[in-house]
Write a protein that binds this ligand. Structure first.
Ligand SMILES: *[C@@H]1O[C@H](CO)[C@@H](O)[C@H](O)[C@H]1NC(C)=O
Ligand SMILES: *[C@@H]1O[C@H](CO)[C@@H](O)[C@H](O)[C@H]1NC(C)=O
Ligand SMILES: *[C@@H]1O[C@H](CO)[C@@H](O)[C@H](O)[C@H]1NC(C)=O
Ligand SMILES: *[C@@H]1O[C@H](CO)[C@@H](O)[C@H](O)[C@H]1NC(C)=O
Ligand SMILES: *[C@@H]1O[C@H](CO)[C@@H](O)[C@H](O)[C@H]1NC(C)=O
Ligand SMILES: *[C@@H]1O[C@H](CO)[C@@H](O)[C@H](O)[C@H]1NC(C)=O
Ligand SMILES: *[C@@H]1O[C@H](CO)[C@@H](O)[C@H](O)[C@H]1NC(C)=O
Ligand SMILES: *[C@@H]1O[C@H](CO)[C@@H](O)[C@H](O)[C@H]1NC(C)=O
Ligand SMILES: *[C@@H]1O[C@H](CO)[C@@H](O)[C@H](O)[C@H]1NC(C)=O
Ligand SMILES: *[C@@H]1O[C@H](CO)[C@@H](O)[C@H](O)[C@H]1NC(C)=O
Length: 400
């Protein structure tokens, strides 16, 4: 019996030694990386980041955002987003805080504890001033300069109301404003819609790149002056791969790249992104107290085009919610609309593709939940982001 006890003890000691040794190895490997914990996320930009401002400001124009099938991949949540599910900002928020960002314009059941979202569909990076002639079909008046003014206004109100006992709303501590994340995802609106409505050309838009980048840069400087210390700058995706533009710009095959995307349109994205990167690099030396992270959405998207199977994506160039043609997109009847395509009655208010998570594009215009999820996974894992990683970790396998 004693022998058996001794054996048990020896095994236990061995297990203990082994466990300690493994812990030492683990500690050495993790180099003190902490779990991501952002105080709050403040978001700025266009429809790629808007979680409900556009529909609050223009309920008729943007009613579709709240209607089926938008939001199908995120059940039990009113969509308010141009997506089947979550946006990149949602994954960033859920990854680093305890909840999503709520739109600045929402008055009912709003919760600003984990940040505020000032982004608005239709918002250009460039100022929407009276003398600026919009050459796209529809822009909202809420360009980045206005969104920055809202942020300043928010701070004034926060200071005023924070300690008022009658204000029964949970708000972030004023001191966390300097330690929160400020996320800017803009420029898409400035390029995509002038092309989609054919009011502009690639040549004209290439000339606009410096102005668009300069407007984003003004925003990034404004955030530094505001006191931000962590700014996430998202670049623009390869819009020449978006089903809507592939449909309205049918071109001869020599104008397509190896993924089937429109080369000259993607050149706008890459030209913009190169100029944006240059600006971010110079802002890093101008504002040493601010960490400007560059989130390379373009490359994250291109990775999926290069190896869709690795992301469980089967359709890279077709819209999930759409109707007809090579790209399952038709300008006459877009997602959540009802109408005629030729002689065919089309109803896109309910039906959609059978598996939205297998598509890179949601409605032909906006990236899908799956695309946003893949990009967020990359960024949290230190891929396609400079500086490399947020200095913290998130278990991205739990992203749903
Ligand atoms: C990890 O943290 C400990 C204690 O804070 C510190 O002594 C050590 O130098 C840190 N290691 C690294 C790799 O940063
Ligand atoms: C853009 O072009 C369309 C026709 O292609 C026209 O109906 C629309 O008014 C134009 N928009 C602007 C802002 O010029
Ligand atoms: C855009 O508007 C802001 C104020 O809202 C102003 O400071 C800035 O100079 C304007 N930018 C341009 C290019 O006009
Ligand atoms: C709120 O009250 C606390 C405690 O009195 C104080 O430390 C803090 O500065 C106040 N905050 C604001 C924004 O007035
Ligand atoms: C504030 O809200 C909480 C729950 O949301 C409630 O229990 C509390 O009574 C409210 N306080 C006031 C002053 O209305
Ligand atoms: C936050 O940053 C602003 C601007 O740099 C500065 O004026 C303010 O003192 C900072 N606040 C805190 C609490 O660090
Ligand atoms: C992109 O556009 C720029 C500016 O017009 C041009 O110099 C460059 O050759 C283009 N690149 C491609 C790959 O078409
Ligand atoms: C940078 O941060 C340091 C330490 O918090 C502060 O003393 C300094 O004023 C800040 N510089 C700028 C330009 O905000
Ligand atoms: C792809 O699907 C498989 C099987 O459901 C799953 O194990 C894997 O995590 C998925 N990969 C991604 C990137 O979602
Ligand atoms: C579209 O289809 C849905 C679901 O079948 C239906 O409820 C709705 O009435 C249809 N709309 C039109 C205009 O036919």
């Amino acid at each position: 019996m004693a022998g058996k006890d001794g054996m048990v003890r020896m095994v236990l000691v061995l297990v203990l030694v082994l466990t300690c040794w493994m812990q030492v190895i683990a500690a050495a490997n993790t180099t003190n990386v902490t779990t991501c914990s952002f105080s709050a996320v403040y978001a700025f930009g266009d429809s790629l980041i808007d979680v409900g401002n556009a529909i609050a400001a223009f309920p008729n124009q943007f009613a579709y955002a709240e209607e089926s099938p938008n939001g199908v991949s995120w059940p039990s949540h009113s969509a308010d987003r141009m997506s089947d599910g979550k946006l990149l900002v949602d994954f960033i928020s859920f990854g680093g805080t305890l909840g999503p960002t709520y739109p600045w314009f929402r008055s009912i059941a709003t919760d600003l504890e984990f940040g505020t979202n000032f982004g608005c569909a239709g918002a250009t990076a460039e100022n929407q001033t009276e003398d600026w002639t919009p050459d796209s079909g529809f822009n909202t008046p809420f360009s980045l300069d206005i969104q920055l003014q809202w942020l300043r206004r928010y701070k004034v109100r926060l200071e005023y109301y924070y300690n008022q006992t009658w204000v029964n709303q949970s708000l972030p501590e004023i001191s966390t404003l300097n330690t929160s994340v400020y996320m800017v995802q803009a420029g898409f609106q400035d390029y995509f819609f002038p092309l989609y409505y054919k009011n502009s050309t690639t040549k004209k838009l290439l000339k606009r790149v410096p102005k668009v980048v300069s407007a984003i840069s003004d925003m990034l400087e404004g955030l530094a002056d505001f006191g931000a210390t962590a700014v996430f700058v998202v670049n623009v995706p390869p819009i020449g791969c978006f089903p809507a533009l592939l449909t309205v710009y049918p071109k001869s095959s020599d104008k397509y790249d190896s993924y089937g995307c429109l080369k000259s349109i993607n050149n706008i994205s890459t030209t913009h992104n190169a100029a944006l990167e240059e600006q971010v690099i110079s802002l890093r030396s101008k504002y040493p107290n601010v960490t400007y992270y560059l989130l390379d959405f373009y490359s994250a998207y291109t990775d999926i085009l290069a190896d869709p199977a690795a992301y469980n994506i089967t359709e890279t160039l077709k819209a999930c919610c759409g109707s007809g043609g090579s790209y399952n997109f038709n300008k006459e009847v877009t997602c959540s609309e009802v109408g005629k395509v030729g002689n065919q009655q089309v109803n896109l208010t309910v039906s959609t593709c059978s598996n939205p998570k297998a598509y890179l594009s949601w409605d032909g215009i906006h990236p899908s939940h799956a695309a946003n999820r893949a990009a967020a996974t990359d960024f949290f894992n230190g891929k396609h982001i400079t500086p490399s990683g947020f200095g913290c970790v998130v278990n991205t396998t739990q992203f749903s």
